[in-house]
Design a protein around this ligand. Structure first.
Ligand code: ATP
Length: 663
């Protein structure tokens, strides 16, 4: 009858994975019974207190009668009155024990969910404790904490804590991987803030449901302890104590034992059913998000008042900036020899990012393209300081807006939080569902620009308007589930505008959106760039999408930049065979659509593979022994801004070996 962790996780996840397995007792019955028990525990002692405590020796040990339905005890006290009176103590102790277990378990679960190392140790302890039945653990802890009400509450709480820790750990592990937690880290928030602000509100619902259900189990556990003489001690009593006393005279008056037994079973069932009903209600509520459709963006004009010359009226193509192809001013971002390393399974090292070097001028848009697993996201995570232990980031140079990102300091974190904004692939993941859109928006302004909330609110409404969200005042107070996918992504871009954005990192921002919305978002990013002057690092596996928005393009393969050129040059004269195959495989790039797409045979070497030569050699139609034996450096090929790492670049793009890129 108890609801399982899976049920709770399913309820938390939403209707898509929620299962209905059996006919349920109507929710109204469960809630009605719950209300009855609550009323009994409040008013019971007032109503039946006198009868429950009044001794009457001549009436002692009577069996059931019209006057005493459950009979009397050895002091002549009415057992029905005592059973009703004991509702308060039984329920209050059960609630206290569950709360104790909940607080301890949730704290342990949060700790193990946010710290991987601590998580492993705590996880082992939790697993060990979960191997024992809770009732057995309660008896063990009751002996440890001492006999009596306090000891039994602590014992049952301690026995429940592993279950709470397990569900919290599971929910936290899922919550910490959400993009809005990553975004919060970009803003430089402390782990405590992240836990309180982003994790706790999102796990609260299933944890509360779990608590409700466990009150029923706590009633059984505490009654069991009292029955065994380990719980409530005379003259105090609860249902377990009454059951224990009733059993001694079960042959005289069976109802003396049956009365408290029925109370225990009924109360236990009531809390379980009420928990299940709440769980259903939560699932039902989530199934009606009231999603609205994406509005057509503000006609042809730029969303944030971009200069008219940046946009051709009626043209839906995102405008490229007139920024120079090669940075001639001091770069905003300078990356040289960037590597990301993780410990491997066999004690070795895996290197998802092996060698990335590039620079980004103020106002410039650089696209990073490459097939899945080439290290695009990992490289930008390293730039945004989002690579966490056990991963480590190495770089010869890694500077942003004049600060050395290798130095972790509060001042640096503040610059990052203010000036760097991330736009993630799935806007639904990037916005915390428990927090209003407006709260997401004002955070960067309040935390990093120290603006007052009213000022930040004014700016937030303007930012929503700037990204073409209609009725921004109303949207400000809504939650993410009330917005369509395109609107959510617009809201995420608006969050980025709330600081002083100098760099927008957009990691596949259109992949999760449908095709028409994709183009609106691409255009919006181009407009935002034109208006704010921010640089953009735009990641996609789709070279056609990258080419539309970027001034320059980096092509990544197996953790290396294998080619770099202006967008026009790359499309017209790809030098690396891999780039050429990527272009040929993209149906949007003007290739003959009737011809079959060339397939890239073989697989990209994983981050655990260490090769002396070119990582593309095994799949390359032009490869020879030199490619297998020696790694090609990134060399200038033809045009000044065009570089490729290839011993045999494509015709018409002769290498210039003397101009090897300094690293
Ligand atoms: N925590 C991690 N530890 C070790 N390796 C990882 C970790 N996270 C990702 N990787 C590996 O790093 C490599 C690069 O991943 P990354 O996500 O940067 O690729 P990507 O080019 O962005 O791909 P996609 O387009 O699919 O997101 C992959 O092989 C991936 O398996």
């Amino acid at each position: 009858m108890s609801t399982t962790l899976t049920d709770l996780a399913a309820a938390a996840a939403g209707p898509a994975v929620r299962r209905r397995r059996r006919p349920r007792v109507p929710g109204g019955v469960a809630l009605g019974l719950l209300a009855l028990f609550v009323l009994l525990s409040i008013f019971g002692p007032w109503i039946w207190g006198g009868a429950a405590g009044a001794t009457n020796i001549p009436d002692a040990n009577q069996s059931s009668s019209a006057e005493h339905w459950l009979g009397t005890d050895d002091l002549g006290r009415d057992l029905l009155a005592r059973t009703l009176y004991a509702t308060r103590s039984s329920l209050v102790l059960a609630v206290l024990a569950t709360v104790v277990g909940g607080i301890v378990g949730v704290a342990l679960g949060l700790l193990s969910g946010v710290s991987q190392r601590l998580g492993r140790v705590l996880g082992a302890v939790i697993n060990l404790l979960m191997a024992f039945p809770a009732l057995l653990l309660s008896i063990f802890f009751a002996v440890l904490f001492g006999i009596g009400s306090v000891g039994s509450v602590l014992a049952v709480g301690a026995a429940f804590a592993p279950g709470f820790a397990r569900i919290t750990q599971t929910l936290t592990a899922s919550a910490v991987s959400r993009d809005y937690v990553e975004a919060s880290k970009v803003l430089g928030k402390s782990p405590l803030y992240v836990v309180l602000r982003h994790i706790l509100p999102n796990i609260a619902e299933p944890v509360i449901l779990y608590t409700t259900i466990h009150i029923g189990t706590a009633i059984l556990a505490l009654s069991g302890l009292s029955f065994l003489g380990l719980g409530v001690q005379p003259p105090a009593y609860d249902w377990g104590r009454l059951l224990s006393d009733g059993l001694t005279r079960v042959y005289i008056s069976p109802l003396a034992a049956i009365g408290p037994s029925v109370a225990i079973v009924l109360a236990g069932l009531t809390f379980n059913l009420a928990g299940e009903h709440l769980s259903d209600l939560v699932g039902g509520r989530r199934s009606a998000p009231g999603t609205v459709t994406d509005p057509v963006p503000v006609a042809a004009g730029p969303a944030v008042g971009a200069p008219r010359d940046a946009v051709v009226p009626g043209d839906d193509t995102p405008a490229r900036s007139s920024a120079p192809a090669v940075p001639v001013v001091a770069p905003l971002l300078e990356v040289r020899g960037l590597r990301v390393l993780y410990p491997g399974a066999d004690g070795g090292t895996v290197t998802p990012v092996r060698d990335v070097s590039f620079s980004l001028a103020p106002g410039e848009t650089v696209g990073i393209v490459g097939e899945s697993g080439s290290g695009k996201s990992m490289a930008t995570s390293a730039i945004a300081q989002l690579v966490e232990a056990p991963g480590s980031v190495r770089a010869e140079v890694l500077t942003f807006d004049g600060i050395d990102l290798a130095e972790r300091s509060r001042a640096n974190e503040s610059v990052l939080g203010r000036s760097m904004a991330m736009i993630f692939q799935d806007p639904g993941e990037a916005l915390n569902p428990a927090i209003k859109i407006g709260t997401h928006l004002i955070e960067p302004a309040v935390v990093h620009l120290h603006q007052s909330k009213p000022v930040a609110r004014g700016r937030a409404v303007e930012a929503l308007r700037a990204v073409a969200i209609n009725d921004p005042e109303r949207r400000y107070d809504q939650h993410q589930h009330e917005l369509s996918g395109g609107m959510k992504q617009r809201a995420c871009i608006a969050v980025g505008l709330m600081g002083e954005p100098k760099l927008l990192i957009a990691d596949e921002p259109t992949t999760a959106l449908d095709v028409t919305v994709q183009r609106q978002i691409l255009r919006l990013i181009a407009d935002v760039r034109a208006e704010s002057g921010a640089s953009v690092l735009f990641i996609s596996h789709d070279i056609a999408v990258v080419a539309e928005i970027s001034d320059r393009i980096l092509v990544m393969y197996a953790g290396f930049v294998v080619e770099e050129a202006t967008a026009d040059e790359l499309l017209a004269r790809p030098a690396h065979p891999y780039t050429s195959l990527l272009l040929a495989a993209s149906p949007d790039m003007g290739v003959d659509r009737s011809a079959p797409l060339p397939m890239l045979d073989g697989r990209m070497p994983g981050p655990d593979v260490d090769l002396p030569g070119c990582y593309f050699a095994a799949r390359c139609p032009r490869a020879d022994q030199t490619c297998v034996d020696r790694r090609p450096p990134l060399l200038q090929i033809g045009a000044p801004a065009h570089r490729a790492a290839c011993w045999h670049p494509l015709a018409g793009t002769a290498p210039t070996p003397t101009e090897e890129v300094a690293r």
